[in-house]
Design a protein around this ligand. Structure first.
Ligand SMILES: C[S@@+](CC[C@H](N)C(=O)[O-])C[C@H]1O[C@@H](n2cnc3c(N)ncnc32)[C@H](O)[C@@H]1O
Length: 221
């Protein structure tokens, strides 16, 4: 069955940038999925934040990786003992994720209009996926994260940090993407009802261009 790349809860006014992102990732999905997927093996600090998130959410209920691409982070979270599924805008990414990890559930959808009931999740991971949200749209994304998370649920964001500069669009290889000052991203999530638990900044390693930001947050009551 072919799935639509725009979920039913999509509102007409914001469909254009989502369509562009979905088409761009559909076009490169096969190449992207064939890239070496050893990122997490190489980066102990990245694994550490995922391990902390897992410790906070394990056994408490379902967790979603939003913007899961071909699924390696979803699989890593499963290996950490979480009841996790993946959601992505790109139907081709979802097909590849299902082929690579047939034991896991992956669905097509947009993280700003999820086909989930209010309070259904205990955790959300967005691993380099909110980077593609136009900055003015990000409050809508965080409002949706708050809607689907139960009170006390956890949110983990990974993104490219702007290293002292303002929110900046950069030349991402696939489609429009933005680097964020970590304080500004934390404040925006705070306005949506998330309290910061902690943060991790990692300097770029060989072959990387930008500082990596990680924010671990908890949904308020
Ligand atoms: C840089 S990739 C990261 C993939 C995966 N998290 C990983 O680290 O391997 C960003 C992914 O986010 C997805 N994405 C972007 N905007 C999205 C949205 N609004 N809803 C769901 N997925 C989205 C893209 O289709 C793409 O697969």
């Amino acid at each position: 069955m072919t799935e639509p790349s725009t979920p039913a809860r999509r509102s007409a006014h914001d469909a254009a940038h989502l369509r562009t992102t979905a088409d761009a990732y559909d076009a490169i999905a096969t190449v992207y999925a064939e890239l070496p997927r050893d990122d997490l093996a190489t980066f102990p600090l990245d694994r550490a934040v995922l391990a902390a998130f897992a410790e906070l959410t394990r056994g408490a209920g379902p967790v979603a990786e939003l913007g899961c691409g071909p699924g390696p982070v979803t699989a890593h979270l499963r290996d950490l003992g979480l009841d996790v599924f993946g959601v992505d805008l790109s139907p081709v990414m979802i097909r590849l994720a299902r082929e690579a990890y047939p034991d896991l559930r992956f669905t097509v959808g947009s993280m700003d209009a999820l086909d989930l009931a209010g309070g259904e999740l205990v955790g959300i991971v967005s691993w380099y996926s909110v980077i593609h949200a136009p900055p003015k749209e990000l409050p809508t994304y965080f409002a949706e994260f708050r809607r689907v998370l139960a009170p006390g649920g956890h949110l983990l964001l990974a993104f490219f940090e702007s290293e002292g500069g303002p929110v900046t669009e950069f030349d991402h290889k696939v489609t429009a993407a933005y680097r964020w000052p970590i304080d500004e991203l934390a404040a925006l999530a705070g306005e949506a009802g998330f309290a910061e638990i902690g943060r991790m900044l990692r300097e770029p390693c060989e072959g990387e261009r930008f500082r990596r930001g990680h924010l671990l947050m908890r949904r308020g009551a």
